[in-house]
Design a protein. Sequence first.
Length: 266
Amino acid sequence: MTDEPEERDFAEMEDDYYGAHDEAPRYEDASLLDGSELAHALIGLTLFDDTYLRLQAFNLAMVDVFLNQLERVVARKLFDEERTPAEAAFLNAQSQMWIFAAYEAMRTWRQRANDVMKWHRCGGLQQKLDSLEKGDNATHHGQQRRASMIRDVLADPSVIGRLDDDLKRTYFTFTRMEYLRVSLAKHEVSGKAKISALSPGYGRINYWCGSLDYELDNGIYSMGFVSRRDIADSLRAIPSMEVPTEEDLESFADYMKGPGLDVGNR
């Protein structure tokens, strides 16, 4: 009777694979990721320090840790068994739920940030604050959190510049998330409700990290693939991102939307 083959460490299998293909890993080893890094990156955004937004950030970070481990299992089994692991179906379901939650957290923050920028441009910050401190709003905890945010902006005008930088810094990631969310949830192309997405919900296992690659398209051509891990890594990287120029933002928007498609305001 032959002995059962000893289970190989995934890192060793990665070394064999990369050596055979003369390539380097495209993703940092998930076991080396700091579980709090994603939450801290989000909380570090200007005006993200609302109690309940912070809770969303920590929720995303906790589930990210779980999915990193599951993705690692899927990658290991794909490498070892050379077939799609059974866990891939559960990974697909959980990945889509995480993407929806990440999108909503970012959408909520960006909406608040854009509102503040709009009120600042039209000189309406004080007027908005006054309305939040009158009547029933004065005892409504949610409205008072908004009022506190506006007081902070009025007390420190430099917040506006930092907020504008953070909106620009997160624009690329958020736009990809938006296109992916519409494809996964509505099976449509973002901005083109009458055009079906190419392959909504279908994810291919990324050999490098085990996350699922979803195809993005704009109704005109495919724009490649993005995975949940790609999104999580880009959120983790927010603190070190450079602020893109207006030309960079416009070029990216044109690429994403294709001719004749408006992706909306930043």
